[in-house]
Design a protein around this ligand. Structure first.
Ligand code: ADP
Length: 610
């Protein structure tokens, strides 16, 4: 036997694997299986150009053999195998240049972060040292006269030995002498579980040799690599469910192959609902990245923008380097293209669901609409498309119906330059809000938006196409010009008086041009939060000052004119004062707020009724 020392960077990796990576230790099986699958791939590739490498009836196979007596776990393949020289190079040094560079650049403080990172991009063969204190490899190359070779390493002293052995069959056996604490990996159920979890779609059969029988424990089905018309809906559904743990069928499947300089296959699922039993955050959504059928990232949020985190699926690329880490991912140009391309496809799919299956879309939107709103805020490059995916109630639709910005803008009045909207807690409050009376009577449509998220949306995406969004419950510039009107002269004194009475509660009192029938309404200063959003913000931060509304009154309204008469007769009348108070409180209630002082409001009302 010849004794060797591992190279410096290999020692460093071994150190990490043995001492800090244990939280991810079960990935070792994935790594060894993927090496075996690579080895078979290499042989098959070779066989394309060389004769007599494999026979025509070759059964490629990866076998897992637990031996509870010897406490060993063997992973055996009939792939390309290794010669003595190859084994020396391959297992004595770190093959992956990415891993090597990465390790060389590591500082002491990085090491703390490492377990998580390194587990993501794989540590290959050496990961087996997380569970084994001794590893033996028996291998034989594919050439008929290749000799069998034996490699063994005891991790304690960072050395390994190589020697020749008798081995006649081609391929590699990796024999792990499990640590005392890792005997669990000898259990059939545990092995099956890990294979199902990490290697289910490996192209070659993985068999478990239980001593009594050999049974296949992976499905081998790479659904995403099959042709779309060869896949049944049920297969897609099952695949989705096993991947996400969702128990509902997905709403839709996006499955395509991108050709050209950046080739990849994508299979992505759009869920129909959030599972009711769990918080969405727990759902196993996100995309898995496969490079040449080997999973390198699972449930990753890097492969799609954050706002599409409800999408799950697989990207399989043959153009990406296998040793990709999270950091490298974010900078990889090919992956960015994949991300952009898939994002567009998913938005396109949502668009067609919205067109063709609106009822299903509405349900989807109730669950995930807020993510699309987040997208419209974040993703400037897809903003228009995302805005078009939003659905709203509006003054022109029935309570259960929806409209969208495409429809809204196509049925705008001739000179309309803005998209009118109103923020209200409920559809009912919105429909009955007096603020919209004048606009509605002129034939304008008003979108009804939700407090909070919709307001943040409009703040960040203030335009759709060339149309600005306009909050109709805000004062607008033209109101100032009306100060010269006849009504203004008539109501000047009354307004001064009302301002004085309500001085603690209002910012201003004004004549309104928004009202048709109602006596009064509340508006806010331009650019301010709606009362709902302000309330939500103040719940979080008490320091935010409460803003006061503008009290707008309708000079054409009978009640208002009665009040004016009363005012002109006797401005100190208690009844006049109570009426104004009551009117203001009612306006608060129409906006969705509470009256300022409920007992006083009740007293006022009762005294009127008597
Ligand atoms: P990686 O798989 O990323 O190259 P590993 O450390 O896992 O890194 O393996 C190092 C090398 O050892 C591989 O590149 C391959 O050449 C060789 N090797 C590992 N396992 C096998 C196997 N089962 N059959 C043939 N060669 C193998």
């Amino acid at each position: 036997m010849q004794k060797h020392e591992f190279r410096t960077e290999t020692k460093k990796l071994l150190d990490i694997v043995v001492h800090s990576l244990y939280s991810k230790k079960d990935i070792f099986l994935r790594e060894l299986i993927s090496n075996s699958s690579d080895a078979i791939n290499k042989l098959r590739f070779l066989a394309l150009t060389e004769d007599n490498v494999v026979s025509s009836n070759e059964n490629f196979n990866i076998e897992i053999i637990p031996d509870r007596d010897k406490n060993t776990l063997t992973i055996k393949d009939n792939g390309i195998g290794m010669t003595r020289d190859e084994i020396d190079i391959n297992l004595g040094t770190i093959a992956r240049s990415g891993t090597r560079n990465y390790l060389e650049g590591l500082s002491q403080s990085d090491l703390k972060e490492l377990p998580d990172l390194i587990g993501k991009f794989g540590v290959g063969f050496y990961s087996a040292f997380m569970v084994a204190d001794k590893i033996e490899v028996r291998s034989k190359g594919f050439k008929p006269d290749d000799k069998g070779v034996f490699w063994t390493s005891n991790v304690d002293d960072y050395t390994y030995e190589v020697s020749e052995i008798d081995k006649t069959d081609r391929g590699t056996e990796v024999i792990l002498h499990l640590k005392e604490s890792e005997k669990e990996f000898l259990e059939d159920w545990k092995i099956s579980e890990l294979v199902k979890k990490y290697s289910d779609f490996v192209e070659y059969p993985i068999t478990l040799n239980t001593g009594k029988e050999k049974k296949k424990i992976n499905s081998q089905k790479a659904l995403w690599q099959m042709k779309k018309d060869e896949i049944e809906k049920k297969e897609y559904d099952d695949f989705y469910k096993s991947m996400t743990f969702d128990f509902k069928d997905p709403l839709s499947v996006v499955h395509y192959k991108a050709e050209g300089t950046n080739e990849f296959t994508a299979l992505a699922f759009i869920p129909s609902e959030k599972p009711p039993f769990t918080f969405f955050e727990d759902m196993k959504s996100g995309m898995n990245l496969y490079i040449n059928r080997i999973q390198v990232l699972s449930h990753s949020e890097e492969l799609l923008p954050h706002y599409l985190k409800f999408v799950s699926g697989i990207i399989d690329s043959s153009d990406l380097p296998l040793n990709i880490s999270r950091e490298m991912l974010q900078e990889n140009r090919k992956l960015m293209q994949i991300k952009q391309n898939l994002t567009k496809k998913i938005l396109g799919e949502l668009e067609s669901i919205k067109k063709e299956r609106l009822d299903r879309y509405v349900k989807f939107f109730e669950n995930f609409g807020n993510y699309l709103k987040e997208g419209a805020v974040q993703d400037a490059s897809n903003r228009e498309k995302l805005l078009e995916l939003l659905i709203f109630h509006s003054s022109s639709s029935q309570p259960h119906e929806f409209t969208d910005l495409i429809q809204y803008t196509s049925s705008m009045l001739k000179d309309q330059k803005e998209i009118y909207y109103l923020v209200a807690e409920s559809d009912d409050l919105a429909r009955k809000s007096p603020v919209q009376e004048m606009l509605k009577s002129k034939g304008f449509e008003i979108l009804y938006l939700e407090p909070g998220i919709d307001e943040l949306l409009i703040q960040n995406a203030p335009q759709y196409k060339n149309y600005e969004f306009c909050n109709i419950a805000e004062e607008h510039d033209s109101q100032k010009e009306e100060n010269a009107s006849e009504d203004f002269t008539r109501f000047k004194g009354f307004i001064e008086w009302a301002k004085d009475v309500l001085k603690d509660d209002v910012k201003d009192v004004k004549l309104s041009d928004k009202l048709l029938e109602s006596p009064a309404c509340l508006t806010r200063e331009k650019g301010s939060y709606s009362f709902n959003l302000e309330k939500a913000l103040r719940d979080i931060n008490k320091g935010i000052p409460a803003s006061k509304p503008i009290f707008e009154i309708n000079p054409k309204n009978k009640i208002i004119n009665n009040l004016l008469n009363m005012f002109e007769k006797d401005r100190s009348s208690l009844k006049l004062n109570q009426s104004l108070s009551l009117l203001f409180d009612l306006s608060l209630m129409q906006e969705g707020s509470d009256p300022r002082d409920v007992p006083k409001f009740a007293d006022n009302l009762l005294s009127f009724m008597s």
